[in-house]
Design a protein around this ligand. Structure first.
Ligand code: UDP
Ligand code: MG
Length: 319
């Protein structure tokens, strides 16, 4: 029963929580007598995060550090962590302790029962604004409505995956990564446990609305280049505007409010409506093309600058 458990922790400007995160994780892993490694990924933070991690790595050989050349984003940081992790089971957890490390033994217990993916489902979220709660709820609703695979509601990336699942995951090279969807897609025997999500231990969310919207579009049709997105929005507003113009022209016409030229109403309605619909359609098609363009460049999803406590030869290619 001495399987290796890898814990993957992405970090972006987490100097306030890094030390505490290490302590909590180490406490859980040692009291449960797990054979473990902590894979910390510094996702291009330029504060003291890396210094703290390197210091920890020099004192504790269970600590592995992967340092990116710049910020590549949460999902890519987790990807790197999974690529480097050597465990029989890999646990993905946020650095800010919103996902309680104390839950890890429960995840491991389910895994030992024979499940290949054990995700943690939030019962309640503490200390988050109603705005975040509401947007998160809509996000999952919309996501499940739009996508072909089922993505479990109220789950983050906090989960345990078996090495089999990790092996498949490493072969999935798409650039726009939506990890919870990808793991759902991989299949195998999946189950969940429920928990209450805590407040951030310290610091602020690294997912402001802007990043959340980007994340949302990644999950649905993926990301795109800016001009195409702008076209989509212009199209959308034109459609809205066309309805307003449509209403206005109809009201003026039907209630005889003005001196209306014959044919003006129908022309206005047709021009604005179809103009809008076409732009919107073009924008959406463009979004897909942008994604193809992006995939075709075939760039790596992250770039490692240096590693600590990791022998280079164990790096499993992400390609
Ligand atoms: N994170 C990252 N790169 C980023 C943004 C976030 O590695 O560009 C990490 C962050 O350090 C944290 C996790 O992803 O460990 C989740 O971020 P956060 O807690 O800010 O998101 P929230 O819980 O508010 O959704
Ligand atoms: Mg958080």
């Amino acid at each position: 029963m001495n399987e290796l458990i890898s814990i993957v922790v992405p970090m972006y400007f987490e100097e306030e929580v890094a030390e505490e995160c290490y302590k909590r994780l180490t406490h859980v892993m040692t009291t449960n007598k797990f054979n473990y490694e902590l894979v910390f990924v510094n996702d291009g933070s330029t504060d003291r995060t890396l210094d703290i991690l390197v210091e920890l790595a020099s004192k504790d050989e269970n600590v592995k550090v992967i340092n990116f050349s710049r910020n590549f984003g949460h999902q890519n940081a987790v990807t790197a962590g999974i690529d480097f992790a050597k465990g029989d089971a890999i646990v993905i957890i946020d650095a800010d302790l919103q996902d309680p490390p104390e839950l890890i033994p429960d995840l491991v217990a389910k895994w030992r029962e024979g499940f290949d993916v054990v995700y943690a489902k939030r019962k309640k979220r503490k200390g988050e604004t109603w705005f975040k709660l509401l947007t998160a709820k809509w996000f999952y609703k919309f996501l499940n409505y739009m996508s072909d695979i089922e993505i479990p509601k109220d789950t983050g990336d906090f989960r345990l995956i078996d090495r089999k699942v990790a092996a498949v995951f490493r072969k999935m090279t798409e650039r726009n990564r939506f990890i919870r969807g990808m793991i759902s897609w991989i299949g195998f025997k999946q189950t969940y446990i429920e928990y209450e999500r805590d407040e951030r231990f310290a610091g602020e969310t690294k997912y402001p609305l802007k990043k959340m919207l980007k994340f949302a579009s990644d999950g649905i049709i993926a990301f795109s280049t800016k001009p195409l997105r702008i076209v989509t929005w212009i199209g959308f507003y034109s459609v809205v505007l066309s309805f307003l113009v449509l209403l206005y022209s109809l009201v003026v016409k039907l209630f005889d409010l003005g001196d209306v030229q014959a044919g003006w109403t129908s022309i206005m309605v047709a021009i604005t409506f179809f103009g809008g619909v076409q732009l919107l359609g073009l924008g959406i098609v463009g979004q897909y093309i942008a994604r193809i363009y992006d995939e075709s460049k075939n760039r790596p999803v992250y770039i490692v600058k240096d590693v600590y406590n990791v022998e280079n030869d164990i790096k499993i290619e992400s390609e």
